[in-house]
Design a protein around this ligand. Structure first.
Ligand code: HPA
Length: 274
């Protein structure tokens, strides 16, 4: 059976056959930022299907792609379409793209996502700077034989979200008069939304926003010593906080509505990343 390292190296070789582009920032585009890449100076795009060993289903047109290009002078690789655990992939496959982007040269991982607001002071459409996370409801992506070339067996997670990057993002929001909430993001596996009782539990535990991605990617990046930052778009108040049932359509609509301010913060922050 092929090991995770071997699969990763196959993907790396496959990408390197198509481009020599060396990104500085890896950006994972969550709901609402799907068309972000339209605003960047694109050098090259690689469909996930065209990367040997990459964890995508064989449904044509359904996977996503890496977009290599420049935000100002900053070389970036964007993931348009992330891999979710709830799709049925092994957790090591869910985080393979993050490892791949690091091996391509990325030093910074900028995570974005759509989430449900758990904090009572949040409202739909808010943006939240992720300052820490709760990972224990999702499988740990580092389970299995440690890949020593990438990082240590027992990586510290005291400061996953880089303080300097957080300060830059905070400042950009302030300078653009964009309200930026801050808080703890908890990843559950999904795909079902949470029950009201689960949301009360998560609030008791200190969760401000809940979603189905991001934390496993942050852990993987931190394992490899990447600098990590993340912003979550609060697309709805979580289950039981309003009368209305949750729907994917509502989430997408709120994400689309928040897209302009979301894009502004992401772009201006990337320009300031050192
Ligand atoms: N729960 C989990 N994931 C989500 C939600 C939610 O309420 N909204 C958007 N993604």
């Amino acid at each position: 059976m092929i090991t995770i390292s071997e699969k990763l190296n196959e993907c790396l070789k496959s990408v390197r056959k198509k481009t020599g582009f060396v990104p500085k920032v890896a950006l994972i585009l969550g709901s609402g930022l799907g068309d972000y890449a339209d605003g960047i100076n694109i050098e090259c795009e690689i469909d996930y299907h065209d990367i040997k060993g990459f964890p995508v289903s064989t449904v044509p047109g359904h996977a996503g792609k890496f977009i290599f290009g420049y935000v100002g002078e900053v070389p970036v690789v964007c993931m348009k379409g992330r891999i979710h655990y709830y799709e049925g992939y092994d957790i090591s496959d869910v985080v393979l793209p993050v490892r791949l982007m690091k091996l391509l040269g990325a030093e910074i991982l900028f995570l974005t996502n759509a989430s449900g607001g758990v904090n009572n002071t949040f409202k739909a459409g808010d943006l939240m700077l992720i300052t820490d996370h709760i990972s224990c409801f999702a499988p740990n992506p580092l389970i299995g034989k440690n890949i020593d070339e990438l990082g240590v067996r027992f990586p510290d997670m005291t400061q996953v979200y880089n303080k300097d990057l957080q300060a830059i993002i905070r400042n950009v929001a302030k300078n653009n008069s964009i309200t930026l909430k801050e808080g703890i993001y908890t990843q559950l596996t999904g795909p079902s939304f949470e029950s009201p009782a689960e949301i009360r539990m998560l609030r008791t535990l200190g969760t401000d926003a809940v979603g189905m991605s991001t934390v496993v990617e942050a852990i993987t990046a931190n394992h490899m010593n990447m600098k990590v930052c993340g912003i979550s778009c609060i697309c709805n108040l979580a289950a039981g906080m309003t009368e209305t049932p949750l729907s994917h359509e509502e989430v997408q609509q709120a994400a689309n509505d928040a897209a302009p301010k979301f894009k502004k913060i992401v772009t201006e922050s990337i320009l300031l990343f050192k």
